[in-house]
Design a protein around this ligand. Sequence first.
Ligand SMILES: [Zn+2]
Length: 94
Amino acid sequence: MSSTYKLGCPHCGRGIRVRNSTSDHPLFRIYYLQCTNIACGATFRSEMVITHQMSPSAMPNPEIKLPLADCALRAQSMEKDNDNQLALDISDSQ
Ligand SMILES: [Zn+2]
């Protein structure tokens, strides 16, 4: 299963995909990215951090303590996406 995020190569604007990822914490992950434009060929390192709880889990982990999203963060999650950005396939493709 893969998910698509709207993030493009900062150099050429084409889509980028995850080539590998690592994590040693349930709230943090490092992604190694590669531009899908063969003429560009750029690679990147990025980080993803889970910062807030938008809604509660039906299977809560007592070791995970996240702040609840306030009204402003909830409103941001409902805003329309920027369609000018290209997709990033975050499925690990090893
Ligand atoms: Zn590129």
